[in-house]
Design a protein around this ligand. Structure first.
Ligand SMILES: NC(=O)c1ccc[n+]([C@@H]2O[C@H](COP(=O)([O-])OP(=O)(O)OC[C@H]3O[C@@H](n4cnc5c(N)ncnc54)[C@H](OP(=O)(O)O)[C@@H]3O)[C@@H](O)[C@H]2O)c1
Length: 156
């Protein structure tokens, strides 16, 4: 089973503001949909509340210490529990945020799908600092407002 994270961030690693996204980038939303459809998405409880509903055509996992159940989703108490549960599916497991979840996932996922937003935005939530030397660039696609890069963790 492959584990991945997918994120859109500015060059200064801003990902959110006021429990929302600081930008509206329809092409990035399309990319997110194309990459994650048919797979599992795992998110922190705050990101789930920001989206407000389970996303269609995907298994929705929500990570929370307190929530017991959320309609249309499976609730887990840690990222590790999500990984255990994902083994029962023949699907990729995408951690889709937010900041608290990325802070953990960046240390163990097999691949990262990062959209680097070209404009700078103010924010209150950040992607963690990470060491690019640990990652191999597998793909780069330039879009008008962002550049998409797919990284694979170097082995060894
Ligand atoms: N730019 C992007 O690609 C992107 C993607 C996703 C989200 N975002 C943005 O990110 C922001 C939200 O991020 P955030 O960091 O505030 O919140 P978050 O990571 O979405 O959710 C935090 C919540 O997840 C649960 N949680 C976190 N770590 C846990 C652990 N180890 N075990 C069990 N539960 C755990 C807790 O839920 P409980 O409090 O219920 O226990 C915690 O309050 C928003 O602004 C959103 O728009 C941006």
């Amino acid at each position: 089973m492959t584990t991945a994270l997918i994120v859109a961030m500015t060059k200064s690693r801003v990902i959110g503001k006021g429990n929302s996204m600081p930008w509206h980038l329809p092409d990035d939303l399309k990319l997110f949909k194309a990459k994650t459809s048919g797979h599992i998405i795992a998110m922190g409880r705050k990101t789930y509340e920001s989206i407000g509903r389970p996303l269609p055509n995907r298994e929705n996992f929500v990570i929370s210490r307190s929530a017991e159940s959320i309609e249309g989703c499976r609730v887990f108490h840690s990222a590790a529990e999500c990984i255990e549960a994902a083994k029962d599916y023949d699907k990729k497991l995408f951690f889709i945020g937010g900041g608290q979840i990325y802070a953990e996932a960046v240390s163990f996922v097999d691949e990262m799908h990062i959209s680097y937003v070209k404009n700078e935005f103010d924010g209150d939530t950040y992607f963690p600092d990470f060491d690019l030397n640990e990652w191999e660039v597998a793909e780069t696609v330039d879009h008008e407002d962002f550049t998409y890069v797919r990284y694979i963790r170097k082995s060894g």
